[in-house]
Design a protein around this ligand. Structure first.
Ligand code: ZN
Length: 93
């Protein structure tokens, strides 16, 4: 097994770790809606990039709402249907 020949001094260790940190993401104002977005990326709020629509955000939202409403209907149907009572067999003792 490889073993370090010399102990790493705290100053050297700390110098190495000085560059380990999270960078704050660079944000640019969207030209269409003014919301902060990442540069060179399609705006997630309005779906526009360089004055052109790439993502139809409204269609996505409507699709999501449809899924949610259909899920709700399924839950309602489940509640309405009476569950078949399961007869418990007496345990043998
Ligand atoms: Zn936008």
């Amino acid at each position: 097994m490889a073993v370090p020949k010399k102990r790493t001094p705290s100053s050297r260790r700390d110098r190495r770790r000085a560059n380990i940190f999270l960078k704050e993401p660079q944000l640019v104002k969207c030209k269409k809606c003014g919301k902060p977005t990442r540069p060179h990326n399609v705006c997630p709020e309005c779906g526009f990039y360089k004055g052109k629509e790439y993502i139809n955000v409204m269609a996505k939202i409507e699709k999501k709402q449809k899924v949610v409403s259909s899920e709700k209907e399924e839950i309602v149907e489940e509640v309405k249907k009476p569950k078949k009572a399961v007869k418990k067999e007496p345990s043998k003792k």
